[in-house]
Design a protein around this ligand. Structure first.
Ligand SMILES: *[C@@H]1O[C@H](CO)[C@@H](O)[C@H](O)[C@H]1NC(C)=O
Ligand SMILES: CC(=O)N[C@H]1CO[C@H](CO)[C@@H](O)[C@@H]1O
Length: 461
């Protein structure tokens, strides 16, 4: 998911008539409804098919029309740790940062592990902690950026109590200037200095604690290495530093060399940990206007590189699942041009162990009722290749629309589904909400999370 609810406020948006409410649609091809938002909200451009009203104010004074999209996007600021409710009790910055990956494993000491074996595939399913099972999981992109261990433990305790098995977290946090001491960052790209990996107390030690807590609570982690989007730096942080275009990121020798250095730094810390479910190449990689061979070659090279560092763990893409012939109705998400890749072709890469896809109909110009087709298509295509597939992010702003998707997951050979996004009440208040959050303990949490997790865990193998 692209995060957009935590943008820095600077300029108020002019008021107009027929205004859309927060999280409602305010633009996109074919959209005939309101194009301005109520007071206190602004129209945020997501893609050519979808703009959405978000709380706060835009960083430009113009509503996000296609004409203003470039400037809107280029002025978007990276969310700060405080905007994702990091604790105010700051941890001292480490004086030891290193631009080289450590060569020895420095995995945190674990005490009693809740997971005794490495997760692996078994046909179209996974073996998790020694057992073949379907699973439900969720996403907390922010958990590695928290600075309070008790908050991390609280989330893990709640996930385990719910029967959720797999948690996806951001394993990257790229910055272009060094933030204040209480703000977590993992890698810096500062003009005039070498890219630096922060292995200190406000760096990868925060991810260490997530892994340690996951081990103790029996939760498996999917950890990814870079963002397609500019949230937490992303590919754009590399591109600005190396002065290359965004689509060149996948083929640039210098960008790919640093990306691999970063991968090695993270993988070396946890390669012996049974809490790692899989390494993931990127969050929602896309290559606009590129031949499908660009992403396919990058994914082939990178997945082989990860396996050369760590043969214990699975590797997956982290993509949205675009570019699919199976059951295609010709809509935008099925097209190769949507992401600049062929999903089926990528799943055939030997070192990609299972398939991922996401589901956000309202961002893609299709109806929520289209969801089951998307689920069925990926299940059929993955089965033909003989690898498991998971719906690793999904969300509707009408939360109840997700129930038929979950029913379709149960009806198909879909190994797991992971809703976007988990919400909880931490020492610093409620976690981020982009309109899709479902909070632990809420009535919706019972029906859409706890009940579905129980159904997935009980599904006959
Ligand atoms: C995607 O790749 C698969 C496998 O090579 C191929 O069968 C399919 O035709 C491709 N899809 C498109 C739309 O080119
Ligand atoms: C590196 C790259 O291709 N990033 C892409 C992320 O997604 C947006 C939306 O499609 C593209 O514009 C970027 O080029």
């Amino acid at each position: 998911m692209k995060l957009s609810s935590t943008l820095t406020v600077s300029v108020a948006l002019a008021v107009a008539s027929a205004q859309q409410t927060i999280w409602g649609q305010c633009g996109g091809q074919g959209w005939t409804g309101p194009t301005t938002c109520i007071a206190g909200a602004y129209c945020f451009y997501s893609n050519p098919w979808y703009s959405q009203c978000l709380a706060g104010a835009a960083t430009t004074s113009t509503a996000a029309t296609s004409a203003s999209k470039a400037s809107t996007l280029s002025t978007v600021k990276t969310p700060t740790a405080s905007s994702i409710k990091a604790t105010t009790s700051s941890i001292k910055p480490s004086t030891t940062t290193s631009s080289k990956p450590s060569t020895t494993s420095s995995a945190p000491s674990t005490g009693t592990s809740g997971i005794t074996s490495f997760a692996k595939t078994n046909g179209l399913l996974f073996n998790i902690n020694g057992k073949e099972t379907y699973f439900m999981g969720t996403n907390t992109y922010w958990i590695g950026f928290l600075t309070n261990n008790a908050d991390v433990d609280l989330v893990m305790t709640h996930l385990a109590a719910t029967g959720l098995k797999v948690l996806r977290v951001w394993g990257f946090n790229d910055v272009t200037s060094i933030p204040g001491s209480g703000t977590v960052w993992f890698q810096s790209f500062i003009s005039g200095s070498s890219p630096t990996i922060n292995t200190g107390a406000n760096g990868l030690e925060r991810l260490d604690y997530v892994v340690q807590s996951a081990e103790a609570h029996g939760i498996s982690l999917i950890i990814n290495f870079v963002n397609n989007w500019t949230d937490y730096g992303g590919m754009q942080a590399y591109c600005t530093y190396y002065d290359i275009t965004i689509t060149d990121w996948y083929t640039s020798v210098v960008a790919q060399a640093q990306y691999q250095i970063y991968i090695a730094a993270v993988v070396s810390r946890y390669k012996t940990s049974t809490a790692i479910f899989a390494w993931e190449l990127a969050n929602e990689p896309r290559c606009s206007g590129c031949d499908v061979s660009v992403i396919n070659t990058w994914a082939t090279t990178t997945s082989a590189y990860i396996k050369s560092l760590d043969a214990n763990h699975m590797v997956t893409m982290g993509d949205e699942g675009f570019g699919l012939s199976t059951l295609s109705d010709g809509s935008y998400p099925f097209q190769l041009s949507a992401g600049g890749y062929n999903w089926t072709q990528n799943l055939m890469i030997p070192d990609i162990d299972f398939g991922t896809y996401h589901l956000y109909p309202s961002s893609w110009g299709v109806a929520d009722s289209w969801g089951p087709l998307w689920i069925q298509a990926h299940a059929e295509a993955a089965a033909a290749i003989g690898k498991p597939v998971i719906m690793e992010e999904y969300g509707s702003l009408t939360l109840t629309d997700e129930a038929p998707w979950q029913a379709e997951v149960l009806d198909t050979e879909t190994a797991g589904d992971m809703y976007w996004q988990y919400g909880d009440d931490l020492s610093t208040g409620e976690t981020a909400n982009d309109g899709y959050a479902i909070y632990y303990g809420s009535a919706t949490y019972t029906t859409l999370v706890a009940d579905h997790a129980a159904a997935m865990n009980a599904k006959t193998v």
